[in-house]
Write a protein that binds this ligand. Structure first.
Ligand code: ATP
Ligand code: MG
Length: 138
């Protein structure tokens, strides 16, 4: 068993499709062991995506991620990081496999509906960024 960190992004909360996304997560045997709906501050979003601060899309990414509420989640399961990345699909939904969240729901390369950690190390860092251990329940 391992954990990953997920965000259901503003394009998805705006379209009221968070339940549809959670269904795909649960159908694939990941358990939502923590979840809350929050609005990211500019500082929070910039800190979270610090690794992309020098990219051309950074300012737009921060505007988008602070444009509406998000759902932050901790997911638990076998190989959670790798499994969730597979379920999410590629960053650009045009290249995503059928049945993935991004193929089904993403609007474009930016408004791509979900975030998932890309390594176990980053999963731990990202979970800590938003949750206390006392908020996570198996
Ligand atoms: P995430 O980190 O959100 O799970 P990812 O790992 O698939 O997504 P990253 O390369 O880490 O992709 O990019 C982070 C986010 O920045 C993307 O999910 C997307 O919202 C946005 N993004 C990435 N590349 C572009 C781009 N070329 N143009 C606009 N936005 C982009
Ligand atoms: Mg990423």
């Amino acid at each position: 068993m391992s954990r990953t960190f997920s965000i259901i992004k503003p394009d998805a909360t705006k379209r009221n499709i968070t339940g549809s996304i959670n269904k795909i997560i649960e159908d694939n045997h990941l358990v939502i062991v923590a979840q809350k709906r929050i609005k990211l501050s500019k500082d929070q979003a910039e800190g979270f995506y610090d690794i992309h601060k020098d990219k051309a899309f950074f300012a737009d990414l921060i505007d988008y991620m602070t444009s509406g509420p998000v759902i932050v989640q901790v997911l638990e399961g076998d190989n959670a990081v790798e499994k969730y990345r597979k379920i999410m699909g590629t960053t650009n939904p045009e290249n995503a496999d059928n049945g993935t969240i991004r193929k089904e729901y993403a609007l474009n390369i930016q408004e791509n509906s979900v975030h998932g950690s890309d390594s176990d190390t980053n999963a731990q860092i990202e979970i800590k960024y938003f949750f206390n251990e006392s908020e996570i329940h198996q």
